[in-house]
Design a protein around this ligand. Structure first.
Ligand SMILES: Nc1nc2c(ncn2[C@@H]2O[C@H](COP(=O)(O)OP(=O)(O)O)[C@@H](O)[C@H]2O)c(=O)[nH]1
Ligand SMILES: [Mg+2]
Length: 430
């Protein structure tokens, strides 16, 4: 195990009734003992002890022996009352008695460096903490439990075996003879067979994983802000019957049909009457360009105008047309809703759900998908090489690069830069 120093940090968010401070490293128990009046003479892993802490607070101390903790190192968790005063005084005491304040993500980084989890699992820890919907949580659980790690190792093994066979046949051609190209192709196809469904599931699950950016766009007075308010269940955006009420965009996150949605209400599209409105409309177009999905809202009693048609042709993102004010009129185009009566909103949400797709099992994140794709195209190059009877030593580069790409997912081939990028995204205490 890598020798590390002893670190500490609150692992709970401020504001709760209870706070937990974790200490981990070679002197974790020793440091905890300086802060706790009932430290046992024979400390036992996974036991909780009641007593008083150095700051006068009372609570529980839980001990974890080396090899049996989150990071793999000796650890202690101090359960105290959740006030900021209690946390700050205890942390100050620990800092004076052998521990240093942990950097963001340092506990999980140590778990990774100590080989308890791979990089994909470490990333999933962060996602578990941030999951907003039960679908995000279940994706994240699968990754955290090592679903991707197992699959990637399996693919990697097939490639390594193929590579070893080629290298042996190059080095010892007289003793071993040539490699059977069919056998080689079979190994690489086996690896492809693992990677392809992972890539598809990562792509299909993107919106469930990351949430959906939905820009609510359309002519003034169509009821865009009313729709936002209705979906949020609060009067977030100003609604009036004056065209041009919404000038700046309003962005809010909510959960619709179990999907994390970032709803962006925008200024109505029309010839602006003043500078502020025209800047607002510029922002509307920028929001529409960045959105995953556009809800184009128009007034059903007015109908879709030629101006609407022109706007609709310009969007690059997929568009769902929404005919609002169904209580006043009817439109053939799009989903008919009324933000007044609430009619049709369920259909709009069902449409969203269908649009976002469904996935189950292992859903790799964007970073994983990128490396899976790179590995997969290297394998394709190697397979083409085999088909075209290329000399086997030319395949070696492709196979090495596939192994390297897969190693970036598990972290095996990750450099310091990549690790830093990933762990700096964590909060302190993770
Ligand atoms: N009859 C009716 N009026 C609506 C409906 N939704 C919004 N409105 C009204 O339409 C006007 C414009 O609404 P607003 O949400 O500000 O539209 P926006 O300019 O597109 O954001 C307001 O007077 C709303 O009360 C609806 O479903 N039915
Ligand atoms: Mg508005």
């Amino acid at each position: 195990m890598t020798p590390f120093d002893t670190i500490c940090a609150p692992i709970t968010a401020p504001g709760g009734a209870v706070a937990i401070i974790r200490i981990c490293g070679p002197e974790a128990w020793e440091t905890a003992a300086t802060a706790f009046n009932s430290f046992p003479t024979e400390p036992t892993s996974h036991r909780a002890y009641y007593g008083h802490f150095s700051n006068g607070d009372d609570g529980l101390l839980v001990l974890f022996a080396e090899g049996h903790s989150y990071t793999g190192e000796q650890s202690a968790e101090l359960n105290i009352h959740g006030s900021s005063a209690s946390v700050a005084t205890l942390i100050a005491h620990l800092e004076q008695n052998g521990a240093r304040l942990a950097r963001p993500g340092e506990f999980t980084e140590r778990a990774f460096l100590n080989g308890r989890i791979d990089l994909s699992q470490a990333e999933a820890v962060n996602d578990s903490v941030r999951a907003m919907t039960d679908r995000q949580l279940s994706i994240t659980n699968e990754l955290r439990e090592g679903g991707l790690r197992t699959a990637v190792i399996q693919a990697s093994k097939s490639i390594v075996t193929a590579l070893a066979a080629i290298e042996a046949s190059v080095d010892f051609s007289e003793e071993i003879g040539d490699v059977d190209p069919l056998l080689l192709a079979e190994r690489l196809n086996a690896a492809q067979g693992v990677l392809t469904p992972l890539i598809i599931s990562g792509q299909n699950g993107r919106f469930i994983r990351e949430g959906i950016r939905i820009a609510i766009v359309g002519p003034p007075n169509a009821g865009k802000s009313s729709l936002l308010n209705r979906l949020l269940g609060v009067n977030r955006a100003i609604v009036t019957n004056i065209a041009g009420t919404t000038r700046d965009y309003v962005e809010e996150t909510c959960i619709l049909a179990g999907l994390q949605c970032n709803l962006i209400d925008t200024a109505g599209l029309r010839e602006a009457t003043d500078v502020v409105e025209s800047l607002g409309i510029q922002r509307t177009r920028a929001m529409a360009a960045q959105a995953d999905l556009i809800w184009y809202v128009f007034d059903a009693s007015v109908g879709l105008t030629p101006e609407d048609q022109t706007e609709l042709e310009q969007f690059e993102a997929p568009v769902t047309i929404v005919a609002n004010k169904a209580d006043l009129g009817y439109s053939e185009s799009g989903v008919c809703i009324s933000t007044y009566t609430g009619s049709g909103i369920d259909i709009l949400i069902r449409d969203l759900n269908k649009w976002a797709g469904d996935v189950s099992g292992i859903v790799p994140n964007r970073r994983h998908v990128e490396h899976l794709q790179n590995a997969s195209s290297s394998l394709s190059c190697a397979l083409t090489g085999i088909e075209l009877d290329h000399p086997f030593d030319l395949l070696v580069t492709h196979l090495r690069s596939a192994i390297y790409e897969l190693g970036l997912i598990t972290g095996e081939t990750a450099d310091q830069d990549l690790l830093q990028r990933i762990f700096s995204d964590f909060c302190i205490g993770k």
